[in-house]
Design a protein around this ligand. Structure first.
Ligand code: FES
Length: 85
């Protein structure tokens, strides 16, 4: 069994340590220049994981077509994450 998990974030293949959150994977992937941006606000401002415990909602992403909180979602092999959806 591998200690790595592979997923796609905005089409980019990302490898993270098994058990990592999607929020951590965003950071590892260097999304938005390493900020780990999860989405943009209605005014176009970049938003990124802030609280890390499911409260702020700033880490919303699409995971396999469903809206999820990146900080509350564990990466799985083959997962497809979209930050622009
Ligand atoms: S970082 Fe606050 S809800 Fe995910």
């Amino acid at each position: 069994m591998s200690d790595q998990t592979q997923l796609h974030i905005d089409g980019q293949l990302v490898r993270v340590k098994a058990g990592s959150s999607v929020a951590a994977a965003l950071r590892v992937a260097g999304i938005a220049g390493g900020m780990g941006t999860a989405r943009t606000s209605v005014t176009g401002q970049p938003r990124a994981p802030f609280c890390g415990m499911g409260v702020c909602q700033e880490c919303r992403v699409q995971v396999d077509g469903r809206r999820r909180l990146a900080c509350q979602t564990v990466c799985a092999d083959g997962m497809r994450v979209e930050t622009t959806a």
